[in-house]
Design a binder for this molecule. Structure first.
Ligand code: NAD
Length: 251
């Protein structure tokens, strides 16, 4: 069983690796043996330190993924440092909250660009290299709002629905090339993304009341799912959106 989940010698790029779920997943991949390319807007020095404490290598790449322009540079830096990319985790994402009737074009475009356009073009850039190699896993971070509309977050819901569909579209094309493309749809997790919800006592209570597990998720709760989808244990999974939500969707 051990070998199925072993990532020793594998190289993983994680976007948005400085905080929250991205940091948690990077550490989970490091625990399983992977070396890491940590991508973020402000630098991931804390995550890098923790990865190195686990005996793994880490490259910290600062890049603003609100446009696609830094993607090629990141891929080249990863290849220069490690010679290959085995795993891509498209995690970086933002959310904007406002009623649909007054939602701005800027809040629409910025969310759609980072949350879905960058996911597609980052996957495309990495897949070009992966096709030359044997080990190939792409994991996109979607959301429960791929299945539900959410409240006051129209561009976020649209962008995460797009991530789920994109995951299936890429899987249909690339499964035959040996690239597993799958997604994780996290439930309500305690990170910066959900701080306003947790600070709103009414919303916070109504969310908690609906989670069968009776608590918000944490970045550690994604470690098992990310290692599973990044490892050989999921070799026959393609285009799947794996919900990790304490039971929210079962309700
Ligand atoms: P977070 O705000 O802590 O993390 C967002 C990450 O994206 C940060 O690391 C940030 O540096 C990075 N980022 C933002 N803008 C960027 C840019 N322009 N360029 C590069 N990186 C940028 O929140 P989180 O909850 O950890 O979110 C991580 C992912 O998980 C997001 O895609 C989010 O939509 C998704 N998600 C979160 C939840 C939740 O409940 N927290 C639920 C479902 C999905």
């Amino acid at each position: 069983m051990n070998n199925l989940f072993d990532l020793t010698g594998k190289v993983a790029i994680v976007t948005g690796a400085n905080t929250g779920l991205g940091a948690g997943m990077a550490l989970g991949l490091a625990d399983a043996g992977a070396d890491l390319v940590l991508v973020s807007r402000l630098g991931s020095s804390k995550t890098k330190e923790e990865v190195k404490k686990k005996g793994r290598k880490a490259l910290d790449v600062i890049a603003d993924l609100s446009t696609t322009s830094p993607i090629q540079m990141i891929v080249e830096r990863a290849l220069l440092e490690f010679g290959k990319i085995d795993i891509l985790v498209n995690n970086a994402g933002i959310i904007r909250r406002a009623p649909a009737i007054e939602f701005s074009e800027r809040d629409w475009d910025e969310v759609m660009s980072l949350n879905s356009k960058t996911v597609f073009f980052f996957s495309q850039a990495v897949a070009k290299d992966m096709m030359k190699r044997k080990y190939r896993k792409i994991i996109n971070i979607s959301s429960l709002l791929a299945f539900q509309g959410g409240i006051l977050v129209p561009s976020y819901a649209a962008s995460k629905g797009a991530v789920a569909q994109l995951t299936k579209a890429l899987a249909n094309e690339w499964a035959s090339c040996g690239i597993n493309v799958n997604a994780i749809a996290p439930g309500y997790m305690a990170t910066d993304n959900t701080k306003p919800l947790r600070e709103d006592s009414v919303r916070s209570k109504s969310i908690l009341d609906r989670i069968p597990a009776g608590r918000w998720g944490t970045p550690d709760d994604l470690k098992g799912a990310i290692v599973f989808l990044a490892s050989s244990a999921s070799d026959y999974m393609n285009g799947h959106v794996l919900v990790v939500d304490g039971g929210w969707m079962a309700r």
